[in-house]
Structures are given as structure tokens and as C-alpha cells.
Design a protein around this ligand. Structure first.
Ligand code: ATP
Length: 567
């Protein structure tokens, strides 16, 4: 994504706004001439009607054009920021899992929210302001040169000195502002990390420690923010001093020349008005240049985020014909990006179209990783993952994920109503489908007992339901997608024995119509599985039914025994 090409998409409005600004500036520049005419009319005892009418018309036109300019530029800016946010959001959600994992969430958040706002100022306001203020400054100087080149030379000397100081200050402001952006981003990242683990913070009694740590980042941001303010605060006074000196010289020398008759009083008045009119655009010009520079730093940060590697999603690609096992791993090896350690090592197994396949093994054996490869969140380092006999690497992602329902370890429920959570992957589900899914997940009664039923609002990550209920809700959500393959990651770890029995029946029922692969930490929930794959240190150690493995595999026996004790 090229951020500037987004701005180009709004060039008509930007150009219109800038032209309105230039016309407004022209109306401002004409005002001293009209006032000069007024003074000449008074001195020459002529009628004041036309000069007054002209001045009034210029004032009104100036005000109207300024308002139209501000509106057009503001609107273009909002359009640009909207487009950037829209494109960025889509790119983030379509990014590769490995690429996204490298980003800190707080940093992503700051870039999405704050940097895009700065980009708006840079691409719309600052640019337009540079053009209109630049026009005003050049126009003002040209008219002053026309009135009195000598007085202009003195004025430019004083203002020039002040301008050099201002430019140097503006450059410093830019540098410090970049530091401030980074400090603010660090604060955001630290805050996001803690907000995502509130219970752990409380349970570890780490509130004070975390408050102190995050306040440390806030303090750093404050320090650089104060430096930005201090330097910015000097910009306007630096220009003011230049103006005051210039004005003093112009008045003293100008009056002397008026006294000798070398300069008409009307010209001196017009010249002084131009001097006043010049200062504000000059300051605006420097401030806009500084803002533009700040915005460019933000644009670079947005550009970096926008460059995040994308999943090869091709929604228009025709689905690839599939026939064969629901899933097959053929000598699959895999390491997570950035790590040499193989998490899976030449893993091979097949999962039939129907029935329950369980994956068991010690913690860290690579069970969840198997699911990540089936969903193609990651591609295998070597070997092939096949879906319906076809290499998933050659299939459109939509086709792969459209067939699979995934109940994750942490349920991934979101803030919103139970209904919204339930129909997340199947927004068009009918009331009957919803009722069926809830019944299958043994949630029907629980939801009926809630005063607001399906419309009950859940908190962050499904807060408001018990662990077991959340898990069953995640399962009901998956069932609504009518998947061919269901991946259950520790789907029964949080259920009491009664609910677990009921769910086991549900799993058995679903596995009659599709392939269910369950990672189970409790052997008791998968004793009826058609096949059990024992994974250990990234390799398939044994495959068989519960009865077979109980007699042939000592790791399985150990897992079984341990869980009987734990249960
Ligand atoms: N995103 C990741 N980046 C790098 N390494 C990872 C990542 N996710 C998991 N791992 C590593 O891969 C190995 C296997 O992890 P995996 O989550 O697949 O194990 P598991 O068998 O599901 O374990 P558990 O039963 O504890 O959930 C572990 O050593 C883990 O540290």
C-alpha cells in the first residue's frame, strides 16, 4: 500500500480546498490596497463609498473563502485517514500469522490510531497550509516591493533573521516529535500487554510494580512531550520579535520619509498592513513545514505496518477438487519462524472422513502446532499437509478454512452478546440452527436461564460465563459453520464430569457426520476415539485405539495413569 497514492485518490477535493485557500489569500492581500485607496480618498476629499464597499466585499469574501477552504481540506483529510484505516485494517486481518506475531499489539494500535491522525494533518492540512501560506508570503512580499523596495529590504532583513531561527527550531521540533511518538508508542505497548493479563497482574499482586513500570514509560513520553512543547513555544515568539523589530524600523523610517514627502501616507499604511498580514502566514508556513515533517515520520511508520506480509488469499480461485482422507500429514517437518528447533519432525498420519481422531502427548509435544498447519496459519518446512487428498499449499485459503471449524484452547470469545459470539462465523444462521447447536453443546438450558437469553452481553473474552460454558459456547459456534472437519483443542478440559459425559456424546454424534480431531488432555474423553495419535517431542510415537495403546505404548499408559489420578 502506498499511502501517497491514497491521498492522490482525493486530489480533486484537496486541490479545490487549496485553490479556495489561495483565492482567500488573494482577497486578504487586496485589503491593504483597498484601505490605501480609502486613505487617498480621504486625503483627496473624494467619495468614500466605493473604497468602503470594496473593502467590505473583500472582508466578506476572505471570510467565506477561508471557511470553505478549511471545510474542504478538513473533509479531504478525514477521507484520507478513513481510507488508510480501512486498507490497514484489511491488511492486518489478512496478514500472515508469522508476520503478525512479530508485531507488538500496542505498537500496531498506536500506528493505526495516532499515526493515521498525524498522517491526515500531514497530507491535507499541512500541505494545503504550505501552499496557501507560501502564496500569501510571496504575494505580500511582491506587493510590498511594489510599494517601497527600500522599506521591504529592511523588513526582510529583520524577518529573515527571525525566520532562520524559526527554521532551526522547526527542525528540532521535528526530531523531538519523532522521539515523542516512539515514547508514546512504548507506553501504549506496555499498557496493552498488561490490559491483556489483568487477572495475572492481580493474582501476582503486581499492580504496584506494573503501575510503576508503565508510569515509567508515561514519564518518558511526558519528558519528550514537554521538550516538543518548549521548542514549539519558542517558534511564534521568535517570529514575533522579528516582526516587532521590523515594525519599529518601518514606523520610524517610514514616518521620517512621509515627513519629507518621499512617501505618501497611504503607502505607509498599506505597507504596515502587509507587514502585519505577512507574519501570521510566515509562522504558519514554518509550523506547517514542521507538521509536514512530523507527519512524514508517521507516514513511514504506517507504511511499515502496511507492508506486513499477506496471506495468499484468492477468493476468486476455483476450489480445488478433493478426494481421499479428510486430512493427511505426509512426512511433515516444521519449525516456527526465527527458530531452528524443529517442533514437528517427519510427522505422518491420516484422518478419515468421518470419526474421532484424538491427539495426545505431553505438553509441548507439538499438538497445537499440528492444528496450526492444518489451518495453514503456517506452511510446513518440508513434507505435505493434505486436505481431501490435495496439498493445502495449492488450495485457496477460503476453501481450506471454509471446511474447518476450530475450537481454540482459549475459546477466543469476544465482547458482545451471546448471539453475536455464536453466529460470528455463520451470520446467516437460522433460529433453528442456533437452537440445535446450543442443544448439542448442552447450553440450551444455561442460556434460557439468563434473563436476557441470547442477547446477554458478555464482557472481554466472554467474561460473564464460566470456563466450561465459554468452551461449550465456542463449540456451538463451530457447529453452526457445519464444518467437514472439526478441530477441538482441549475442548473438554474445563467441563465437570456430567457436562463432559454429555459433550462426549455430542462429539461422538458429530464424528458420525464429519472428521473430528481432538487434542485431549483427559484420556477419559477420548477412550471411544476411532484412532489415537500419540505425539512426543515432535514425532508420532504410536497410533491405535485406546485398548491397543493401553497395552502397547508406555507413554500412553503413563498419560492415562496420570490423568486418572488427576481426574
Ligand atoms: N508461535 C510460536 N513461536 C515459536 N515457538 C512456538 C510457538 N508456538 C509454540 N511454540 C513452541 O512449539 C512447541 C510445541 O508447541 P505446541 O503448542 O504445539 O505444543 P502442545 O503439544 O500443544 O502443548 P500443550 O499441550 O502444552 O498445549 C513448544 O516447544 C512451543 O514452545
Amino acid at each position: 500500500m502506498n499511502v501517497w497514492s491514497i491521498a492522490r485518490g482525493h486530489r480533486v477535493l484537496l486541490l479545490a480546498g487549496t485553490i479556495l485557500g489561495i483565492l482567500g489569500s488573494a482577497a486578504t492581500l487586496a485589503q491593504p490596497l483597498a484601505i490605501g485607496e480609502m486613505i487617498k480618498a480621504v486625503a483627496g476629499d473624494r467619495s468614500l463609498f466605493v473604497p468602503i464597499l470594496l473593502a467590505a466585499a473583500l472582508f466578506v469574501t476572505d471570510a467565506a473563502l477561508a471557511a470553505a477552504h478549511a471545510y474542504a481540506i478538513g473533509r479531504a483529510g478525514e477521507n484520507i485517514v478513513f481510507d488508510i484505516r480501512h486498507v490497514l485494517t484489511a491488511r492486518l486481518l489478512r496478514s500472515r500469522t508469522a508476520a503478525f506475531a512479530r508485531w507488538e499489539q500496542g505498537d500496531v494500535f498506536t500506528r493505526m490510531v495516532t499515526d493515521t491522525s498525524l498522517a491526515r494533518i500531514c497530507m491535507a492540512q499541512a500541505l494545503a497550509q504550505i501552499v496557501t501560506s507560501g502564496f500569501m508570503v510571496i504575494g505580500g512580499i511582491a506587493l510590498m516591493a511594489w510599494i517601497d523596495p527600500l522599506l521591504l529590504a529592511v523588513t526582510l532583513l529583520c524577518l529573515g533573521l527571525a525566520s532562520v531561527v524559526s527554521l532551526l527550531l522547526a527542525r528540532r521540533v521535528r526530531k523531538v516529535a519523532v522521539i515523542n511518538r516512539e515514547d508514546t508508542s512504548d507506553f501504549g505497548s506496555a499498557l496493552m500487554r498488561v490490559l491483556g493479563a489483568m487477572s495475572t497482574v492481580k493474582a501476582s499482586r503486581a499492580e504496584d510494580r506494573e503501575t510503576e513500570r508503565i508510569t515509567g514509560f508515561a514519564r518518558k513520553a511526558r519528558r519528550s512531550g514537554v521538550r516538543v512543547s518548549a521548542l514549539s513555544a519558542m517558534l511564534t515568539p521568535a517570529m514575533n520579535v522579528g516582526t516587532q523589530v521590523a515594525l519599529t524600523v518601518v514606523i520610524a523610517w517610514g514616518m521620517a520619509r512621509v515627513a519629507t514627502g518621499a512617501m505618501p501616507p497611504a503607502d505607509l499604511t498599506s505597507f504596515m498592513m502587509y507587514l502585519f498580514y505577512l507574519v501570521s502566514p510566515l509562522v504558519m508556513l514554518f509550523m506547517s513545514i514542521a507538521q509536514f515533517q512530523q507527519g512524514r515520520a508517521a507516514l513511514d511508520r504506517i507504511g511499515e505496518l502496511a507492508g506486513i506480509e499477506q496471506e495468499e488469499l484468492d477468493p476468486d480461485a476455483a476450489p480445488v477438487a478433493t478426494r481421499g482422507h479428510a486430512i493427511a500429514f505426509d512426512r511433515v517437518s516444521f519449525s516456527y519462524p526465527g527458530s531452528e528447533e524443529p517442533v514437528l519432525d517427519t510427522v505422518s498420519f491420516t484422518v478419515p472422513d468421518k470419526g474421532l481422531t484424538a491427539i495426545v502427548g505431553p505438553s509441548g509435544a507439538g499438538k497445537t502446532t499440528v492444528f496450526q498447519l492444518i489451518e495453514r496459519f503456517y506452511g510446513p518446512g518440508s513434507g505435505t499437509v493434505l486436505l481431501g487428498g490435495t496439498d493445502t499449499a495449492t488450495m485457496p485459503l477460503e476453501q481450506i478454512r471454509g471446511q474447518i471449524g476450530y475450537v481454540e484452547q482459549d475459546h477466543s470469545l469476544m465482547r458482545g452478546t451471546i448471539r453475536e459470539n455464536l453466529t460470528y462465523a455463520a451470520p446467516d444462521a437460522s433460529e433453528k440452527d442456533i437452537a440445535d447447536a446450543l442443544r448439542m453443546a448442552h447450553l440450551g438450558e444455561v442460556i434460557r436461564a439468563l434473563p436476557d437469553g441470547l442477547e446477554t452481553e458478555l464482557g472481554e473474552r466472554g467474561a460473564g460465563l464460566s470456563g466450561g460454558q465459554k468452551q461449550r459456547l465456542a463449540i456451538a459456534r463451530t457447529l453452526l459453520q457445519r464444518p467437514h472437519i472439526v478441530l477441538l483443542d482441549e475442548a473438554t478440559a474445563n467441563l465437570d464430569s456430567e457436562a463432559e459425559d454429555a459433550l462426549r456424546d455430542t462429539i461422538t454424534a458429530i464424528s458420525g457426520t464429519c472428521a473430528v480431531i481432538a487434542i485431549a488432555h483427559r484420556i477419559s474423553t477420548i477412550t471411544q476415539a476411532d484412532q489415537i495419535i500419540v505425539l512426543d517431542r515432535g514425532g508420532v510415537r504410536a497410533t491405535g485405539t485406546h485398548t491397543e495403546l493401553t497395552t502397547t505404548d508406555d507413554l500412553y499408559q503413563r498419560l492415562s495413569r496420570h490423568q486418572e489420578v488427576a481426574a
